[in-house]
Design a protein around this ligand. Structure first.
Ligand code: SF4
Length: 91
């Protein structure tokens, strides 16, 4: 199976009331490298007209963006509330 097919097997229960990752778009705007746009394995960070577009639905909860972000305070990252988030199903 391809990576995309494996990711498609997972089940996501999206918390529509409380995002577990919130970006400070003002800080993101001054980030030169924007490494999240290439490091997120789920491809949730994309560039549109030079600005970061992000959707927390589909997050694998790997923490890569939290670790790799060079801008302090740009990413407010928490695990989803109980009962929400990813259920891995490829094992
Ligand atoms: Fe992407 Fe991982 Fe960050 Fe989720 S935690 S948005 S999958 S890099």
């Amino acid at each position: 199976l391809s990576i995309e097919q494996l990711l498609g097997i997972n089940k996501f229960i999206v918390d529509e009331e409380a995002a577990h990752i919130v970006l400070n778009k003002e800080i993101c705007a001054v980030c030169a490298g924007k490494p999240c746009t290439v490091a997120c394995p789920a491809g949730l960070y994309t560039l549109k007209d030079g600005k970061i577009s992000f959707d927390y639905a589909g997050c694998l909860e790997c923490g890569t963006c939290r670790v790799i972000c060079p801008q302090a305070g740009a990413i407010n990252w928490q695990y989803p509330r109980g009962g929400f988030g990813i259920n891995y199903r490829y094992g």
